[in-house]
Design a protein around this ligand. Structure first.
Ligand SMILES: Nc1ncnc2c1ncn2[C@@H]1O[C@H](COP(=O)(O)OP(=O)(O)OP(=O)(O)O)[C@@H](O)[C@H]1O
Ligand SMILES: [Mg+2]
Length: 277
């Protein structure tokens, strides 16, 4: 249903030169599917996520949803053009790591959802707002709270509820559980799995946390310096990786007897091997 084909983005650097933040990144996600994008900090994960939702324009490559290219402008005029634009925005919704940035501090949870529903011409009746709040496990007390009166986990639930308000086909989550403690992380992951089963929404899950990706995705893309080094079924890619960089990522996850110095040495070895190749 979602097809990313050859997504490429190069940033011009202020001092001259350029940086390939994403280079020929391609993948597909079926309806109700779940794809993980992993890689170390700066590997280009967020750049790809932003191109998917249209926050960033690719230098090359396309994003199609159900066969329609998202970059082509709606041909309709005026009011219809606005409707077409909103319809496209509804297809893919994004949830960020820090919902503080994307939630309006003046609005209570209830008002936030009402605003999202109204913008997209949905029914804003209390029942719909309640079922959304209920779906993400927020109660009546939270419904009347503003973002600063919610915990980090509750704010993230609200951000997810708002994204779901417009019945997206695809939900892109960029490090959406990274700032949460493990028990809240587990709750949100469980919630996402349920929502995916119930609604058929597809998930694109950007994370540097391999355990989380292992748990929630069917397919995984491993990125390094803007390029895809390995991709395929999550069980294979993270269970029996064929690329040295993927193996390194897995070995770098803290575990019993783990020594950061070993991880740093292994990293230098892979960099040297790549430089030679
Ligand atoms: N607007 C921009 N202008 C210039 N360079 C950018 C811009 N956005 C990102 N970059 C650079 O592109 C590279 C990829 O950044 P990106 O945010 O996609 O990485 P990431 O994999 O999401 O990292 P993290 O795990 O730290 O979030 C980085 O080197 C970053 O500095
Ligand atoms: Mg990022």
């Amino acid at each position: 249903m979602l097809v990313a084909e050859g997504l490429t983005k190069t940033y011009r650097l202020p001092g001259g030169g350029s940086l390939a933040a994403a280079d020929q990144v391609s993948f597909t996600v079926p309806r109700g599917g779940s794809l993980g994008i992993v890689g170390e900090s700066g590997s280009g994960k967020s750049t790809v996520a932003r191109m998917l939702v249209g926050l960033e324009r690719p230098d090359a490559g396309t994003v199609t949803v159900s066969g329609r290219d998202r970059a082509t402008r709606p041909s309709a005029l005026g009011r219809h053009r606005r409707a077409a634009r909103l319809a496209r925005a509804r297809e893919i919704q994004m949830v960020f790591q820090d919902p503080y940035v994307s939630l309006d501090p003046r609005l209570t949870a209830r008002q936030c959802l009402r605003t999202a529903l109204r913008l997209h011409g949905h029914d804003t009746k209390g029942t719909r707002i309640h079922s959304l709040l209920d779906r993400v496990g927020l109660g009546t007390r939270e419904a009347d709270a503003r973002p600063h009166q919610l915990s980090g986990g509750q704010r993230q639930r609200l951000a997810i509820a708002r994204a779901l308000a417009v019945d997206p086909r695809i939900l892109v989550l960029d490090e959406a559980v990274a700032a949460l403690d493990v028990s809240i992380q587990a709750q949100i992951l469980q919630l996402l799995t349920e929502i995916r089963d119930d609604t058929g929404v597809a998930l694109v899950f950007v994370s540097h946390d391999l355990a989380v990706v292992q748990h929630i995705t069917d397919e995984t893309v491993v990125m390094r310096k803007g390029a895809v080094v390995e991709q395929g079924p999550t069980a294979r890619v993270l269970g029996a990786p064929s690329d040295p960089y993927t193996r390194l990522l897995l070995a770098s996850v803290p575990h019993k007897g783990w020594d950061p110095a070993d991880a740093i040495r292994a990293r230098a070895a892979v960099d040297a091997a790549v430089a030679v190749a």
